[in-house]
Write a protein that binds this ligand. Structure first.
Ligand SMILES: Cc1cc2nc3c(=O)[nH]c(=O)nc-3n(C[C@H](O)[C@H](O)[C@H](O)COP(=O)(O)OP(=O)(O)OC[C@H]3O[C@@H](n4cnc5c(N)ncnc54)[C@H](O)[C@@H]3O)c2cc1C
Length: 449
């Protein structure tokens, strides 16, 4: 099968041109890479166009997949940027270590996790992935390889973490892993009747648990509106130290010609999920796959959205504003008649990332997935942007395929600092659609002044 370099939402076209990492490295080292010509591609688990460069060429970083060093005493691991998180877990688990931050899929590369400064269910305790990066090596189109850390080329270190591939090619990184009792998780599900009840539980849950996340039954109306389950987890004192096989147990073998995740399906799915997870509040011992990466169990599940794919919208709003903004976001989706397959709500903590631009900030983050129904979905997403920005919040760029420049600027007022350190050879469709437009407008205003 020919590999497609497409992002996970499938709503944007696959990259028209790709080159292997080694060729791109040779080109960069020669100093002959053209302006805006390249962009690193990790494993395409970003939902939108931040890992794509339609006018240029994307660089397949996955062949750089060696673990270079591991200190089994301290948990410091150095690996090439194309190594998958699943491989890091498998390597470190027997020694009692686990990544301090994991996103909802283990099929992301080390470079992708750094470049998006990803977050997990324990943001309140560990911050973002970038908080655990000791150092990285970065190749820029001036032909030089930079060793970057908090003390060495610190400006490039900060810009590259969360820099969405725009500062150059990350060749390798050293990360600090976290010591855990075991890989297994003691999980507890606490049902809540509405958002008020969730907000009352959330902070105390964060204080008591390593991992906390809430699932919302977004389709429930009437008395059930805002109901959901608060899922908490902690590494089990006694459990497995062996990583399970990373392969999906089931997979979607072809792309159906329409969206299978329609309203009746979603209603049934939500009811089944609520029943399965919420039928008992007694803590239970579960494997780490089931707790952290449930969607990885079904390969290519994004295909169920049909050929038009899906949009994910992730917002974060400050705590005080969240009590109004989160219900307003859910209500806007309900009013638009758009069901979200998985709706996740989480409280972010106050731990600062070293990144120049990073999505997480203190407050509540809501994630919604919508099938791409064209204009009606785009209008809803604009409305969700509006509510988020009005509440003083931000929209996640690496989940996005359509936000306007103004939403981006409101979400990341410091974007210009990244533009200043952008490698001239690197560009993404996301950056062209947002920051480059803002820059062009600024230029026009400055020229007129
Ligand atoms: C099911 C699912 C669940 C998810 N859950 C979460 C979650 O809980 N939290 C969260 O934060 N995210 C989550 N995500 C998003 C995902 O974790 C991020 O988008 C991740 O960064 C993707 O990594 P990737 O290796 O696939 O990189 P890609 O998506 O291919 O690229 C991501 C960015 O990194 C850059 N990049 C990649 N490699 C390099 C390199 N070597 N050098 C320089 N730049 C590079 C690319 O240019 C791009 O800008 C989820 C995604 C899925 C599909």
């Amino acid at each position: 099968m020919v590999e497609r370099f497409q992002s996970f939402g499938l709503a944007t076209p696959p990259a028209p041109r790709t080159i292997p990492a080694d060729d791109a490295i040779a080109l960069m080292k020669s100093g002959k890479a053209k302006k805006n010509a390249l962009l690193a591609f990790g494993n395409g688990r970003s939902y939108g166009d931040s890992c794509q460069n339609e006018a240029g060429t994307v660089v397949d970083m996955r062949p750089l997949n060696r673990i270079l060093a591991f200190n089994a005493e301290t948990g410091l691991l150095e690996a090439e940027a194309g190594v998958l998180l699943s491989d890091i877990i498998a390597h470190a688990a027997p020694y009692g270590f686990f990544p301090a931050v994991v996103p909802g899929t283990q099929f992301v590369t080390l470079g992708g996790a750094v470049a998006n400064d990803v977050h997990g269910k324990n943001h309140h305790r560990r911050g973002t992935f970038g908080c655990h990066v000791e150092s990285l090596t970065l190749l820029r189109s001036d032909g030089r390889t930079y060793h970057c850390s908090a003390t060495d080329n610190a400006h490039l270190f900060q810009a590259t973490i969360g820099g969405m591939g725009l500062t150059g090619l990350i060749l390798s990184a050293s990360i600090r892993l976290m010591r855990v009792h075991s890989l297994d998780i003691v999980e507890k599900a606490t049902p809540f009747r509405d958002l008020g009840e969730f907000f009352a539980l959330a902070e105390a849950a964060d204080q008591a648990n390593e991992y906390v996340v809430a699932w919302i039954d977004q389709l429930a109306g009437g008395h059930g509106r805002g109901r959901g389950l608060l899922l908490t987890g902690n590494h089990a004192e006694h459990g497995s130290h062996k990583a399970a096989r990373a392969a999906a147990r089931l997979s979607v073998p072809f792309q159906p010609p329409f969206n299978v995740l329609n309203r009746p399906f979603l209603t049934a799915f939500n009811a089944a999920y609520r029943w399965t997870k919420g039928r008992s509040s007694v803590p239970r011992h579960v494997g780490y796959h089931s707790f952290f990466f449930p969607l990885d169990g079904v390969g290519d599940w994004n295909r169920l959205y049909g050929p038009k794919g899906l949009f994910q919208h992730q917002s974060v709003v400050p705590e005080q504003a969240a009590y109004r903004a989160v219900p307003a976001l859910l209500e806007a989706a309900r009013r638009a008649g758009q069901g979200s397959f998985l709706t996740v709500l989480k409280r972010f903590g106050a731990i600062h990332s070293p990144a120049l631009l990073s999505f997480p900030r203190p407050g509540y983050t809501l994630t919604l997935d919508f099938p791409n129904r064209g204009q009606t979905t785009l209008e809803l997403l604009n409305e969700l942007d509006r509510i988020t920005v009005e509440a003083g919040g931000a929209v996640n760029p690496y989940k996005d395929a359509r936000m306007g420049a103004a939403t981006f600027a409101a979400s990341f007022p410091d974007w210009q600092q990244l533009e200043t350190l952008r490698d001239p050879a690197m560009l993404s469709d996301f950056w062209a659609r947002t920051a480059k437009k803002l820059n062009a407008r600024r230029g026009t205003v400055e020229a007129a002044e």
